[in-house]
Every structure is written in C-alpha cells, then in structure tokens.
Design a protein around this ligand. Structure first.
Ligand SMILES: [Cu+2]
Length: 104
C-alpha cells in the first residue's frame, strides 16, 4: 500500500480507538457529598455529575477549569478531560463538599 494510505489508516484507527475507549464516569451528588469522592479516569474520558439531592449543588473546579453552575434535582453536567492531572473541585454553596478527578 501507498504510504499515504498507511498514514490515513493510522489516523483513522487512532481516532476510532479514542472514540471507542473513551468512557463516561458517573458521579452522584447525594446526601451533600460526591460519590465517588475521587475518580480516576483516562485522558478523553468524561465525568457526568448528577444531582440526586433535593438541594441544589454545583461541581466547581477549585482552579477555575470548569463550573457546572447550579444543578437542580435530577440535573446533570458532563465534562470531558483532555489533559492529565489532578483536578480538585467543590460545591459552590457548600464548600465542605469536595471531590477530585484524577486524569491518568
Ligand atoms: Cu452542594
């Protein structure tokens, strides 16, 4: 096969593998805490927070990387993590609620 064909195939397979293996991790907001409090994910995975409390909550990055805004009961917020690192977050109205997303 021609080199260009190989290059195209390599890119295609890389994209396919990324799409197929990217996972979505669910974090419940329940009883004024994030469950699980710490999640370990891979690059390109997403985390979806769902508020299961009657009170409103947020998932707000400690360092300003993201902010879900206020989530009412049953509301969800999803974010895809494209960089490695440890991302601590909290709930804006309840600063005692803390969590961490670790991207490996
Ligand atoms: Cu809260």
């Amino acid at each position: 096969m021609h080199f260009k064909t190989y290059a195209f195939l390599a890119i295609f397979v890389t994209i396919l593998v990324t799409v197929v293996t990217a996972a979505q991790i669910s974090v419940a907001i329940e009883n004024f805490s994030f469950k699980s409090q710490t999640v370990k994910i891979r690059i390109n995975d997403s985390v979806q927070w769902t508020n299961k409390d009657r009170a409103g909550h947020t998932a707000t990055s400690d360092t300003g990387v993201w902010d879900s805004g206020m989530l009412a009961t049953g509301a969800s917020f999803s974010r895809t993590f494209t960089q490695r690192g440890s991302f601590p977050y909290h709930c804006a109205p309840h600063p005692g609620m803390k969590g961490t997303v670790i991207v490996e």
